[in-house]
Design a protein around this ligand. Structure first.
Ligand code: URA
Length: 268
């Protein structure tokens, strides 16, 4: 196999995202054949070199896992938290040590979060050029008027530029608060909260209910299920990519239905 960048090897092996791999390299935690990787551009041969992150040997052929979690509020969507708050991987029990989150949901946001050990999948879904739609149910203070709703649809000016056009569906509008469903194609930092704040409506509750064609049906808050092979294929397709190899059918029955789901709160 030709040599590849170390970040790519780590993400393809499901150790972490490419960005996190860069952090590990900068922190001096990655070695190739016993030598610390000194530069971000370094390459290695994933088949013949011994690549390690800390003491963990990077294996290329781990079965691919794709998880859909209904994340509760009060849980961080990173692998570790310096403040020692509960992490999404803790909610997955044993499975959690093998996957990492695809993108992020804020500590106070609940809803649909994907996790995987397939770096290609994570890159395809989060790549800005792919524009996978993500739908949020948003509760804000006070009444959204027609002007606010049109601004959300047409674009809101944020510090990092205008937001792209979005879809808005009214759910419930009262004088005290409003519920809307907002579908966006971007994934900027705290985007939905910042869009609503820019219009003078702080977000009171935020829940992601859909990513691409995936939704939360059959997955109560704090539970998870594995994606079926056809769901994985469809997500690759909607990101404009072809899947390199079919996923290992871990955790799905022959008919494609998920077998592993777990209530959270039973651990740590
Ligand atoms: N937008 C936000 O503001 N927060 C999230 O968690 C996701 C999208």
């Amino acid at each position: 196999m030709p040599k590849e960048r170390i970040q790519k090897i780590l993400s393809a092996a499901g150790i972490c995202s490419r960005r996190e791999a860069e952090e590990y390299i900068i922190e001096g935690r990655v070695t190739v054949n016993g030598r610390v990787v000194a530069e971000l551009g370094e390459k290695a041969d994933p088949d013949n070199d011994v690549i390690k992150v800390g003491n963990r040997v990077v294996r290329q052929n781990a079965p691919k896992i794709y998880v859909l979690l209904n994340k509760p509020r009060g849980v961080v969507s990173t692998l570790k938290d310096p403040q020692k708050r509960k992490t999404v991987v803790e909610l997955l029990g044993k499975l959690g040590s093998r996957v990492y989150p695809v993108g992020r949901l804020d500590y106070d946001t609940e809803g649909l979060l994907l996790l995987t050990n397939d770096g290609e999948f994570a890159n395809a879904i989060t790549h800005p050029s792919r524009e996978i739609p993500k739908t949020y149910q948003v509760k804000v203070s006070e009444m959204f008027n027609d002007y606010d709703l049109r601004q959300l649809e047409e674009g809101v000016r944020l510090k990092d530029g205008m937001t792209a056009p979005a879809k808005v569906r009214k759910m419930k509008l009262t004088d005290q608060n409003s519920w809307i469903e907002l579908t966006i194609h971007e994934g900027r930092y705290r985007q939905v909260r910042r869009m609503c704040e820019a219009l003078g409506h702080p977000v009171l509750k935020l829940k992601r209910v859909k990513v691409g064609k995936l939704d939360l049906r059959g997955v109560p808050l704090g539970m998870f299920r594995e994606l079926t092979p056809s769901e994985v294929k469809a997500m690759f397709a909607s990101a404009g990519r072809e899947q390199k190899a079919p996923p290992e059918p871990t955790g799905t029955r022959g008919d494609g239905s998920p077998v592993r789901s777990r209530r959270t709160g039973t651990r740590g």
